[in-house]
Design a protein around this ligand. Structure first.
Ligand SMILES: [Zn+2]
Length: 308
């Protein structure tokens, strides 16, 4: 009986070895399969997804027949058009962007610390407004921009630092199924904290392309984008139609081939949202987190005037 037990044990051992080698062969076969892209496989960021350097280009300030509108919509990359509500071409620009296959978000005018009220455009979100009026204006803005899947702030260095104001704006986004892109015009923004707490999908701007309206500056920012994108999986950049519109669209068009060779894959903004979590998990790398500690307001910017 003892002998029989040993025999069985030996057989099991051999079987185990055989099973192990079969398992190894299966693993080898699986490794030989083409790696799925992180987007199609739905692999959460930070896990075993293959490294990919994705960049979302957001263009702000559509909605007022701004310079560079047609040029931006012709770019051969999936840009995201941030359209200001309540302006003469808000709806036409949103429709044109959608028809060109671009993603659309609401570019919500919000109160800055500095800057002229005339730069804000109509029905802006001001910190002096009542809860009810902030809700009404946010809902009306969404209704005014067809095809919008998300929202970001136009200016807003004062409003995005105000917890009462942002709680209402983010609550409306949540109810309407919109994500929020923090343009990061203020290092005091309460948006990351509130979005996490409220479960609103959040993205953050990493780099403004056109603070200064010159080819030299925009070209330099695009070189910065290239080096940043080579080190990070996800990068969000913001450019503008309007005063820098023709410069930025021209520089972008010229830089696309080199960026693709970097290699960078251009994506819609919504493709950078975490696939499984409603908001970035604490400690997860968030687009923009790399520059969070170097946050002097001077490095950020308010948007360009839109109603000149
Ligand atoms: Zn803007």
């Amino acid at each position: 009986m003892k002998k029989g037990w040993r025999w069985k044990k030996r057989l099991l051992k051999r079987g185990g070895i055989r099973l192990a080698s079969v398992a190894a062969a299966v693993i080898v076969a699986l490794n030989a399969l083409p790696a799925p892209s992180s987007a199609s496989a739905g692999v959460p960021a930070g896990q075993d997804a293959p490294k990919e350097h994705t960049v979302a280009v957001v263009i702000d300030d559509f909605g007022n027949r701004m310079k560079g509108t047609a040029e931006m919509l012709r770019l051969p990359i999936p840009i995201t058009a941030a359209v200001m509500p309540f302006l003469p071409t808000s709806q036409a620009d949103a429709e044109a962007a959608h028809a060109a296959g671009k993603e659309v978000i609401v570019h919500l005018p919000m109160e800055p610390v500095r800057g002229k009220a005339s730069w804000l455009g109509p029905r802006a979100i001001l910190t002096a407004l009542s809860d009810e009026e902030i809700r009404l204006r946010t809902e009306a803005a969404i209704a005014d921009v067809p095809h919008a899947v998300g929202m970001n702030n136009h200016m807003g260095s004062r409003a995005t630092a105000d917890e009462r104001v942002m709680r209402i704006v983010l609550q409306v986004c949540k109810e309407r199924g919109l994500f929020f892109l923090d343009s990061r015009t203020s290092y005091k923004s309460v948006v990351p904290k509130l979005a996490r707490e409220m479960g609103v999908p959040l993205l953050q701007n990493d780099l403004f392309l056109d603070d200064v309206y010159t080819d030299r500056h925009v070209g330099g920012q695009l070189l910065l984008l290239k080096s940043r994108a080579q080190k990070h999986d996800r990068t969000v950049v913001i450019g503008h139609v309007g005063p820098p519109g023709l410069i930025t669209s021209g520089q972008l068009a010229a830089a696309i081939p080199a960026l693709r060779q970097a290699p960078v894959r251009f994506v819609r903004l919504s493709e950078l949202l975490p696939p499984t979590a409603p908001y970035p998990l604490p400690g997860a790398e968030l687009p923009g987190s790399a520059s969070k500690d170097s946050d002097p307001e001077s490095k950020l910017r308010e948007d360009s005037p839109t109603s000149r």
